[in-house]
Ligand binder design. Structure first.
Ligand code: ATP
Length: 229
């Protein structure tokens, strides 16, 4: 599903090397936590996967395609293969929960009848169907993040990328969000989650890839959070 070969990223601004010599392979269906101190390069690694930043060294394949030199015009097609969940939820404030998820279906060009069924299924899966008429401002952070996950998944993408999805949430709500991601993984979706959520990583004991100072420090099959902060 994901293959990085000796990938490096140097941002042009200030010549910051965010990643160097990172090689890793994530097979389809894997659930991976990406951990590491602030500034280690986790977001950069995720951004590479959805072609928001480009590799300046090495090569990478995502969802079966070589994307090292992907043309800008081909990026929307790549992103249709994945759901992306970020820390700030990114819901449209003027639209209801239902409309937010339906909008993602429209962007994907799904037939209307099919779309309604999928919106219902996904909101049910994340436990938010009962709030389908609410606007984002009427929801808690955890509820908004659940809706964001439903929206990311409505196109049934083979890959889900989440960047600190529980960053602003209390431990109990975070646990619920992580369990929702695990449920998605159980359906066969490949899930990659960058997180500082020690509780979740230690509780779920999944594959843990640790990045430190832009390099791959650790890759454990049933890993734990710990690294020197
Ligand atoms: N657009 C950019 N231009 C220049 N430097 C950047 C840019 N984005 C990130 N960096 C730098 O690249 C390095 C890695 O940043 P990145 O955001 O990937 O870290 P992170 O591990 O996700 O951190 P955090 O846990 O705080 O989110 C940092 O030194 C950061 O300052």
């Amino acid at each position: 599903m994901i293959e990085l070969k000796r990938v490096g990223v140097t941002y042009p601004t200030g010549k910051v090397t965010a990643l160097s010599d990172v090689s890793l392979s994530i097979p389809a269906g894997d659930f991976v936590f990406l951990v590491g101190p602030t500034g280690a390069g986790k977001s950069t690694l995720l951004k590479l996967l959805y072609a928001d930043v480009r590799a300046t060294e090495g090569s990478l394949t995502v969802a079966g395609r070589e994307i090292t030199q992907i043309a800008t015009k081909d990026i929307p097609a790549l992103r249709r293969q994945m759901g992306i969940v970020l820390q700030d939820y990114g819901l449209l404030p003027q639209r209801t929960v239902w409309e937010n998820v339906l909008f993602a279906c429209e962007v994907l060009g799904l037939p209307r009848k099919d779309a309604r069924q999928r919106v219902k299924e996904r909101l049910e899966q994340v436990g938010m169907l009962h709030r389908c008429d609410a606007f984002p401002a009427q929801l808690s952070g955890g509820e908004q993040q659940r809706v964001a996950i439903a929206r990311a998944l409505v196109g049934k993408p083979p890959l889900l990328i989440a960047d600190e999805p529980t960053g602003n949430l209390d431990p109990e709500t975070s646990a619920g969000i992580m369990d929702a991601l695990l449920a998605v993984s159980a359906e066969g979706t490949t899930v990659v989650v960058a997180t500082h959520d020690k509780n979740a990583v230690d509780r779920l004991r999944r594959r843990v890839i640790a990045i430190e100072k832009g390099t791959l420090a650790r890759d454990d099959a049933e890993g734990q959070y710990g690294y020197a902060e």
